[in-house]
Design a protein around this ligand. Structure first.
Ligand SMILES: [Zn+2]
Length: 354
C-alpha cells in the first residue's frame, strides 16, 4: 500500500490494476495537460454487471491533490481482486479533477473548488460576507514573510472576535465573488462537474439503489476517516444510520462535523441530478496535519497561481507543502486510510444488499 508520487504514476497504476483485473475502463479526456505535458483524464472503471440493480459510485480526486489517498484505495481494491456480488456494480471514478491532481492543487484549472461548484447557477449566487471581509488577508498579492505575518494576524483577529468555528465557516463554506481566492465556487459549471454529471447519469440510471462515496483528505485528526453526509432527507438519514450505524456519520449543517456546512458540494449535486434511484451519499474525510498548516498551504498555493509563477522557484516548496498537508508521506497514515476505506465500502455494499 503506497501513495503514488504524482498523477501520472497514480493513473498508470490504476489503469494497470484495472487491466489485470479484467475490468473495462472508459476515459474522459480533459482539455488541458499536466505540468510535464502529460495527458489528463478522468478514468471510470466498472466492476460487475453495469446494469446491476445496486450500484456504488466511488469518487477520487474531487479536490485534486486529495486524490493521492483515494487513488491508492481504488487501485489497491482492484489489485486485490475487486469481487462484487451479482446484484452490485461498483463504479470507480478515478481523478474527477485530474488537473488539480496533476498540478498539486485542491482546485481545478479555473481555480474553482469542484465541491462548491454544484449549485444552480440560474439563481442568485450564495453570499459569504465573512469571506468578503477576509478576502485580501486570505490571499494577499505578495507572499513574503512580512505579508504572511500581517495577514495571519488579521485572520487570528477575526477568530478572536467571532470564534475559530466562525473563521473556518467564513473561509471554507464557499464563495462566488473572489476568483483569485480560496474555496471559490465558480460562475458556471466546470468541466469536472459536467463530466461527473454525465458519468453518474450514464452509470447510475436504471439502478434501484445507489451509494456514493466521495474520498477527501485534509480535515480532522491524523488518519481518522470521518463519514460526512451533506443534506440528506429523513429517509436518507435512516439509510445512513442503517448502513453505517447510529451516530456513525456527521452532518455539517448540524455542527457535528469537522467540515463547515458548504454550498454546492457534489453529494447534493448528485442527489439533484439523479432522478429515479435512491441515493445514499457520504464523503470520507481523512485527517492529515494541523488545520492551520492545511489552510496556509492553500493560501500559498492560491497566491502562487494568482499572483506568482507556478513554474518559478517559489513553486517547489509550496507544492511540497500541499502534498504534505493532503497526502502525508507516512506508511501508517496510508494503512489507516486503506483500513477505513475497506470498512466503509464494505458497509455500503452490505447496506445496498439489505
Ligand atoms: Zn476535499
Amino acid at each position: 500500500m503506497q501513495l503514488s508520487q504524482d498523477y501520472l504514476e497514480a493513473r498508470g497504476r490504476f489503469l494497470d490494476a484495472a487491466r489485470q483485473a479484467d475490468v473495462p475502463v472508459v476515459h474522459h479526456d480533459h482539455p488541458r495537460t499536466g505540468p510535464g505535458g502529460e495527458a489528463l483524464a478522468t478514468d471510470v472503471a466498472v466492476v460487475g454487471a453495469p446494469d446491476a440493480p445496486n450500484r456504488l459510485l466511488v469518487i477520487s480526486g474531487t479536490h485534486g491533490v486529495e486524490g493521492f489517498a483515494g487513488s491508492m484505495c481504488q487501485t489497491e481494491w482492484l489489485a486485490r481482486g475487486a469481487r462484487v456480488p451479482d446484484d452490485l456494480a461498483v463504479v470507480l471514478v478515478h481523478a474527477i479533477n485530474p488537473y488539480g491532481f496533476a498540478w498539486i492543487r485542491r482546485v481545478n484549472e479555473d481555480n474553482v473548488d469542484l465541491n462548491r461548484n454544484c449549485i444552480d447557477f440560474g439563481g442568485a449566487l450564495p453570499e459569504n460576507p465573512g469571506y468578503d471581509r477576509l478576502a485580501s488577508a486570505l490571499v494577499p498579492t505578495s507572499w513574503d514573510e512580512q505579508t504572511q505575518a500581517e495577514t495571519t494576524g488579521e485572520l487570528l483577529e477575526y477568530a478572536a472576535e467571532h470564534g475559530f468555528d466562525a473563521l473556518q465557516e467564513a473561509v471554507s463554506r464557499g464563495q462566488y465573488q473572489h476568483d483569485k481566492g480560496v474555496y471559490f465556487g465558480g460562475r458556471r459549471p466546470v468541466w469536472s462537474r459536467e463530466t461527473l454529471e454525465a458519468i453518474a447519469r450514464g452509470a447510475l440510471t436504471g439502478a434501484t439503489r445507489t451509494g456514493i462515496i466521495d474520498l477527501h483528505t485534509g480535515l480532522g485528526p491524523f488518519g481518522v476517516g470521518e463519514l460526512i453526509a451533506s443534506h440528506p432527507d429523513p429517509a436518507g438519514r435512516d439509510r445512513l444510520a442503517s448502513w453505517y450505524g447510529d451516530g456513525a456519520y456527521t452532518l455539517p449543517s448540524e455542527g457535528t462535523s469537522v467540515s463547515s456546512d458548504v454550498t454546492g458540494d457534489i453529494l447534493d449535486g448528485l442527489d439533484d441530478w439523479l432522478d429515479g434511484p435512491e441515493v445514499t451519499g457520504v464523503a470520507i474525510e481523512w485527517g492529515t496535519v494541523d488545520i492551520v498548516e492545511v489552510a496556509n498551504s492553500l493560501r500559498a498555493d492560491a497566491w502562487l497561481h494568482s499572483y506568482g509563477d507556478p513554474r518559478g522557484p517559489e513553486a517547489g516548496p509550496i507544492k511540497a507543502g500541499l502534498k504534505a498537508a493532503f497526502a502525508p508521506p507516512d506508511p501508517q497514515w496510508a494503512t489507516m486510510v486503506w483500513d477505513r476505506f475497506t470498512e466503509v465500502t464494505g458497509a455500503a455494499a452490505a447496506g445496498l444488499e439489505s
